[in-house]
Design a protein around this ligand. Structure first.
Ligand SMILES: Cc1ncc(COP(=O)(O)O)c(C=O)c1O
Length: 219
């Protein structure tokens, strides 16, 4: 944790008895500014784990309202929270093994899992992936998201994106700004590079419409 972060924590101890509504709003503003999006595109979570849970829950509710089925499709292995939240909400999870030779996403089988399903599918994609530390080729991922049908959603978890040195990597936040897909949600966290895991701060960036249905689930 940086010295300035430690100092900021010490400086705020005296207001620790208050609920942090104003600070929450200020942090949303700052995250929006840093990422070049509007405040209406930022949803703040108690760690990005809460953002993952909120996205799963938001789509479960949407599916219920629309009278549709809902499933979560995950590569295997990957960070388990999307799977665990879906299972705890009684939803089904399809696990699609990574390609054995290079740990890349098996796009064909991921797509097949959703195409064969009559309802809403959420792909949870961790890029770079935990635990394989691999990244997915940007052009493939971008084209896949761009061409997806309206009932396919993408939760792009970029918890480790600050560590990437590969110049071909594009942040999903840029894709949100380019309005690549209304069904794309990108999550980031202060837990890794900033070493603030115990402070529980993560965020989701999406279109204003999608954010409006996630943000109320993060309070
Ligand atoms: C890929 C990935 N996403 C999200 C998280 C959750 O992080 P946090 O809830 O602290 O933001 C982790 C934690 O290990 C992770 O590895």
């Amino acid at each position: 944790m940086s010295d300035s972060a430690k100092q900021a924590i010490l400086d705020s101890l005296d207001i620790g008895f208050r609920y942090p509504d104003d600070q929450r709003a200020a942090l949303i503003s700052k995250i929006a500014e840093i990422n070049g999006v509007t405040e209406s595109q930022v949803s703040l979570g108690n760690g990005s784990s809460e953002n993952i849970r909120a996205v799963v829950q938001m789509l479960q509710t949407k599916a219920l309202k629309d009278g549709k089925q809902f499933q979560v499709v995950v590569p295997d292995p990957t960070f388990a929270y999307a799977e665990l939240y879906a299972l705890s909400l009684g939803e089904s999870v399809v696990k699609v093994p990574l390609i054995a030779e290079n740990y890349d996403l098996d796009f064909d089988n991921l797509q097949k899992a959703a195409d064969e399903f009559d309802g809403i599918s959420l792909f949870y994609l961790c890029n770079p992936n935990n635990p394989t530390a691999t990244i997915t080729a940007t052009h493939k991922l971008k084209a896949w998201i761009n061409n997806a049908p309206a009932n396919h959603y993408f939760l792009l978890d970029q918890a480790y994106s600050e560590y990437i040195t590969d110049p071909s990597f594009e942040s999903g936040v840029e894709w949100i700004k380019q309005e690549l897909s209304a069904n794309l949600i990108v999550i980031r966290t202060f837990s890794k590079l900033c070493a603030l895991a115990a402070m529980r701060m993560g965020y989701a960036i999406a279109s204003p419409q999608t954010t409006a249905s996630i943000e109320p689930l993060c309070r």
